[in-house]
Design a protein around this ligand. Structure first.
Ligand code: FA5
Length: 350
């Protein structure tokens, strides 16, 4: 049905919307309000677009043209106003942000606390450097190890009593957390031909009741030298040199006979106690000496298990405890302090 007054009504609406839109635009006090106005007045579902629905009710093409032109003119005007206001508000918001977030470069900075290496890692680094200078290469082995490598190939048969000295965390019946770095001896011999000179630093695990000198997770540095004519004198000379380079020439070092299934003969290396000077105290368990490591001449069975002919080659091996080195040099009375992560304690060794 054709409505004679429709054109007037539509033009009146356009004019009203135009005025409302311009009013809303200049009243928008931030860019998100402005966006709301844009959607309301010029979007696809806007009120201005809705006015166009009146078209079919208009009487003539002229009227339709008139309305179309009025709507377009209003749209252009609104869009221009939107754009002007957007620039204005954007500038204002940027200025406000710059003001609010202004950095005063003359203020003193927040001090950043500098990290440093854990004392046992400092010890490891130093020992590794000493061995490097003596011609040793550094290799690593896995922390989750086969029983085969950790025990059997090192001459501990399944029910060997010496297994009891290293209470073990088993993962499965034949897999465990290595109790020592010694399984690397087999791995290295199976990969390299003599002459061999390697050290193997890393963590080892034992189901220990922890005390002042025993942790259940601690570091070891394994050493292995295999060549023709290697003797016990080479072992003693090498370890005495390493220990004295680390602690100072005045330290007493002693080799005490011991038993390991994978070395023959075997020894333990002790250093005179720093805390008591040898009289015996809590740090050394009353001994006057503290055990730093185990060592010995590689057992012929172990050489064979590594694929090395014991008729041609001999070798020595050792396993040092860097946590104990740290304890002795730092005059630390209880190894557990090294694992508690108390910065007030640890930063003394920076
Ligand atoms: C061994 O583990 C042998 N594998 C060492 C070895 C290697 C002998 C090669 C011969 C040839 P032992 O259990 O004694 O040995 O440990 C060696 C060193 O690790 C100790 O002297 C000590 O310095 C350190 N250590 C042992 N148990 C602990 C523990 N619970 N906490 C901290 N350090 C430990």
């Amino acid at each position: 049905m054709i409505d004679e007054r429709a054109i007037d009504e539509a033009l009146r609406q356009v004019e009203q919307l135009r005025a409302e839109a311009l009013q809303a635009i200049s009243a928008a006090e931030n860019t998100s309000r402005l966006e709301e106005a844009r959607i309301r007045f010029t979007g696809k579902k806007s009120v201005l677009t809705a006015v166009m629905q009146i078209m079919p009710r208009l009487r003539s093409n002229d009227e339709r043209k008139t309305l179309g032109a009025a709507v377009n003119a209003a749209k252009v005007e609104i869009e221009t106003a939107l754009e002007d206001r957007r620039l204005q508000l954007g500038r204002r918001e940027l200025e406000a942000r710059l003001e609010a977030e202004r950095v005063d470069v003359t203020l003193p900075g927040t001090p950043v606390q500098r990290g440093y290496q854990h004392p046992t890692l400092q010890t490891m680094r130093e020992l590794i450097d000493i061995f490097r200078q003596m011609g040793y290469a550094v290799v690593e082995g896995p922390e989750v190890e086969w029983d085969l490598y950790n025990f059997q190939l090192l001459n501990f048969p399944p029910d060997h009593p010496a297994r009891d000295l290293q209470d073990t965390f088993y993962v499965t019946d034949d897999m465990l957390l290595r109790t020592q770095t010694s399984p690397a001896q087999i791995r290295v011999m199976r990969e390299q031909r003599p002459p061999i000179r390697v050290i193997v630093p890393g963590l080892v695990y034992r189901d220990e009741a922890e005390d002042a000198t025993h942790l259940s997770e601690f570091f070891q540095i394994e050493g292995l030298a295999v060549d023709t004519n290697i003797t016990l004198a080479d072992l003693k000379g090498t370890l005495t040199e390493v220990v004295q380079r680390f602690f100072g020439r005045e330290r007493g070092v002693r080799f005490r006979p011991h038993y390991f299934p994978f070395t023959e003969p075997s020894a333990e290396i002790d250093i005179s106690c720093f805390a008591c000077g040898g009289a015996g105290c809590r740090s050394c368990g009353g001994e006057g000496w503290l055990e730093l490591g185990g060592a010995g001449m590689v057992h012929p069975i172990v050489l064979e298990n590594g694929g090395v002919d014991p008729e041609v080659y001999s070798g020595f091996a050792f396993g040092l405890g860097p946590d104990r080195f740290t304890m002795m040099r730092g005059n630390i009375t209880d190894l557990r302090l090294l694992r508690h992560g108390d910065v007030r304690f640890l930063e003394q060794f920076n």
